[in-house]
Ligand binder design. Structure first.
Ligand SMILES: [Zn+2]
Length: 336
């Protein structure tokens, strides 16, 4: 069980590495139940490993990873599903592209035809109002805008037209309290702040937020730090949760206002959620660990002080190591 005495807790790197390896090798009942999240789960595991500078053939075999990703290719749709034979979806498509990009900047596992099909699939999910749907079933929320533009950026295929439409929709989801919602008029939520601001950053459109809203948003995000624990919640009056270490701090990082919160207290909260025996990180101290909170706890620590933990520096916009995003993040609008 995780300890609540966080003041002297070390980061249990090797235990977490083992925890992640076991997630992939231990094909338990839960593993099969969560097929619909398998591609995302693999991305979370790989991101945690690469951030801890522990992604190699001993921890996770590159060939098996690439084989699994490519086995999820949905040839009919021209994009990736979460599991072999599953229908393509934007979420699993972005995770697949992120994984492939970590291994190869040129995305060598994909043929030119597959890349072209991906661009067609992703672009076809954008609706006339600028929003994106996750798949042809039409569910719309700001998560899919982030997913769509990030995936296009990884492919080097963003266009000014896509960006102006998408940025317009993002700003319609900005609320009076300073936060962002799932759709226009819906309640502010910290994860939505990340997807909206992250999408604007990818599209080089952060200026549409404006200086006053920028401060309002950073204030709303800073208020997510729950004292005395130091962890962040996703909405007012909710309990702190490790995954918001990522959603909130990445957004503050993009806004260059990370110093508005108490980073030492946040680090102690994340460290207090480690399972020091079996590895892994949970949402709150003493809860069951999982790969999602393990990934975002580690990414949060990287944003706080990557050098202190011997980590790779993480890019707050793409949630991938900066040494990888450096190659494609200098994307500029081709015809302004
Ligand atoms: Zn959570």
């Amino acid at each position: 069980m995780a300890s609540t005495d966080s003041s002297k807790i070390e980061f249990a790197k090797q235990k977490h590495v083992n925890f992640i390896i076991e997630q992939e090798s231990n094909r338990s009942y839960e593993y099969w139940l969560s097929e619909h999240l398998r591609m995302n789960g693999l991305y979370w595991g790989i991101t945690a490993l690469v951030t801890m500078q522990s992604l190699n053939d001993t921890t996770l075999k590159q060939n098996s990873v690439i084989d699994f990703v490519m086995s999820c290719w949905d040839a009919r749709a021209g994009a990736f599903g979460a599991f072999p034979q599953h229908d393509a979806h934007l979420l699993s498509t972005l995770s697949a592209l992120q994984i492939l990009k970590i291994y190869s900047d040129e995305l060598v596992s994909l043929s030119q035809e597959q890349k072209s099909q991906l661009v067609v699939f992703i672009k076809s999910q954008q609706l006339p109002n600028g929003s994106f749907q996750g798949d042809s079933f039409g569910e719309v929320d700001t998560r899919f805008i982030y997913t769509g533009v990030s995936a296009l950026a990884l492919l080097g295929e963003l266009t000014p037209e896509i960006c102006s439409l998408a940025a317009g929709f993002v700003m319609k989801c900005f609320n009076f309290d300073g936060g962002f919602g799932l759709v226009p008029g819906s309640e502010s939520h910290a994860a939505q702040a990340f997807v909206c601001v992250g999408a604007l950053a990818i599209m080089d459109k952060l200026d549409v937020l404006g200086a006053a809203n920028d401060v309002k948003l950073a204030s709303w995000l800073s208020e997510r730090q729950v004292l005395p624990s130091g962890g962040f919640n996703g909405r007012p009056e909710k309990l702190p949760d490790v995954c918001y270490s990522w959603w909130v701090l990445s957004t503050l990082s993009i806004l260059e206002k990370k110093h508005w919160v108490d980073l030492d207290k946040l680090a102690r909260f994340i460290l207090s959620c480690q399972d020091l025996e079996k590895g892994g990180i949970s949402d709150r101290p003493n809860n069951q660990t999982d790969i999602y909170h393990t990934c975002f706890g580690i990414c949060g620590l990287s944003l706080i002080d990557y050098a202190k933990y011997g980590f790779d520096e993480i890019d707050p916009v793409y949630c991938m190591p900066t040494r990888i995003t450096r190659n494609f993040k200098k994307w500029k609008l081709t015809s302004k």
